[in-house]
Design a protein around this ligand. Structure first.
Ligand SMILES: [Zn+2]
Length: 324
C-alpha cells in the first residue's frame, strides 16, 4: 500500500510512469505531424518574385517558395550567389520566365545546383512562357547589335491576363508533382483568376480616360502592359534592348517628345535617372517610376499590388499633366 499524501503535487510512482508514457506518445505524435507537413511542402525556386507570388497563390500552404531576383533588380542582369545554388540544389521545382530573359544568370545556377529534378526537360523545370501569346517575335533570331529580346519580348508578366496563363501553367506542373493536392491547386487557381478579373475591371476603368496616350520608356519592357491598358509607347531611351542610352538616341527621343507633346516618360527602379532627366530638362516631360516586379517598391508585396501601384502612379501623373 502506498502512503496517502495530501500534497496536491505528489504523484505515485505508477502515476509518474503513466504520465511519462503519455508525454512520449504526444511528442512522437507531434513529431509525425511536423515531419509530415514538412514533407508535404513542395520546394519551389523561381527566377522572379512575380512567379513566386503567383506560385504562392496557387500552391497555398503546400509550397515553400523562394525568388532569386529582387523586385528592384534588372531581371536581365542578376548577380549569381552561392546561396542561390544551395536553394536550387534542394528544390523540387524551378520556374523561369524563359525566352532568354534570364540567360545571363539562371541557366548556370540551375546547372551548378546538380539537382536533376530541375534540369530542363525534367518534371521540376517549368518555363512559364509555355502557352503565352508573345509580342514582338522577330522573324530571325540574332544577338547582333546587343539585342537581348531575340525570341520575342519576354516581359509578359506585366499583363495580368497573361499572368492568369502563367498561373495555369504553374497549376499544371504543381499537380503533376503532387497529384494528391490537385483539387486544392485548382481551387486556388480559380480564385486567383477571379481576383485578376475583378481588379482588372477597376484598373481598366482608371486607365480609360488616358487611352491612346503616347509614352516614352527607358527599356522595351512595357509592350504587354501597353496593350492591356491602351497606351502607345512610341520610343525608348535604349537604342536597342540592353544597350544603354546614347547621345544620338536621346536627341531623337527629345525631338519625338517635343513633336508629339508626349506627357510621360516611364523609368524602372533599376535604371539611372540621368538620361531620363536629360530628356525632362529639354522637354518638360514628366518622369514616372513604375515597378516592373513584385517588391520593386516596399508596398508592392504581391502580384496584385504591382498593378495597383503602377496604375495609380501612372494615372496620378497623367491627371497632373492634364490639369497643367
Ligand atoms: Zn528586356
Amino acid at each position: 500500500m502506498e502512503p496517502i499524501n495530501i500534497n496536491p503535487f505528489y504523484y505515485s510512482i505508477s502515476q509518474v510512469f503513466i504520465m511519462k508514457k503519455i508525454t512520449i506518445l504526444l511528442l512522437s505524435f507531434l513529431f509525425t505531424i511536423i515531419s509530415f507537413t514538412a514533407e508535404a511542402q513542395i520546394r519551389v525556386v523561381t527566377t522572379l518574385p512575380d512567379l513566386a507570388s503567383i506560385t504562392r497563390h496557387v500552391g497555398g500552404d503546400r509550397v515553400d517558395v523562394f525568388a532569386i531576383a529582387k523586385g528592384y533588380q534588372n531581371p536581365h542582369f542578376v548577380d549569381p550567389k552561392p546561396s542561390y545554388i544551395v536553394k536550387l540544389s534542394r528544390a523540387d521545382m524551378f520556374i523561369t520566365v524563359g525566352l532568354d530573359l534570364e540567360i545571363g544568370w539562371a541557366p548556370q545556377l540551375v546547372q551548378s545546383s546538380r539537382n536533376n529534378k530541375i534540369q530542363r526537360g525534367n518534371a521540376g523545370y517549368v518555363d512559364a512562357s509555355e502557352g503565352i501569346s508573345l509580342l514582338q517575335v522577330p522573324s530571325s533570331t540574332s544577338r547582333e547589335e546587343g539585342d537581348i529580346h531575340i525570341y520575342g519580348n519576354p516581359h509578359y508578366w506585366l499583363d495580368p491576363v497573361r499572368g492568369k496563363q502563367v498561373a495555369e501553367t504553374i497549376y499544371h506542373h504543381l499537380s503533376d508533382i503532387s497529384p494528391e493536392n490537385e483539387a486544392l491547386f485548382r481551387k486556388n487557381l480559380e480564385s486567383f483568376k477571379q481576383e485578376i478579373d475583378e481588379r482588372l475591371n477597376d484598373w481598366q476603368q482608371k486607365m480609360e480616360p488616358f487611352k491612346g496616350t503616347k509614352i516614352i520608356a527607358y527599356h522595351n519592357e512595357w509592350v504587354y502592359f501597353e496593350e492591356r491598358f491602351g497606351l502607345e509607347i512610341v520610343g525608348f531611351l535604349e537604342p536597342k534592348p540592353g544597350i544603354p542610352p546614347t547621345p544620338s538616341q536621346l536627341v531623337s527621343v527629345i525631338q519625338k517628345v517635343k513633336n508629339d507633346n508626349i506627357p510621360v516618360l516611364i523609368n524602372s527602379p533599376y535604371f539611372s535617372s540621368k538620361s531620363p532627366e536629360v530628356v525632362a530638362r529639354n522637354t518638360g516631360v514628366e518622369i514616372v517610376k513604375l515597378a516592373t516586379m513584385t517588391g520593386g517598391y516596399d508596398e508592392i508585396e504581391n502580384y496584385f499590388d504591382l498593378f495597383e501601384y503602377n496604375i495609380n502612379a501612372l494615372t496620378e501623373s497623367l491627371k497632373n499633366r492634364q490639369a497643367n
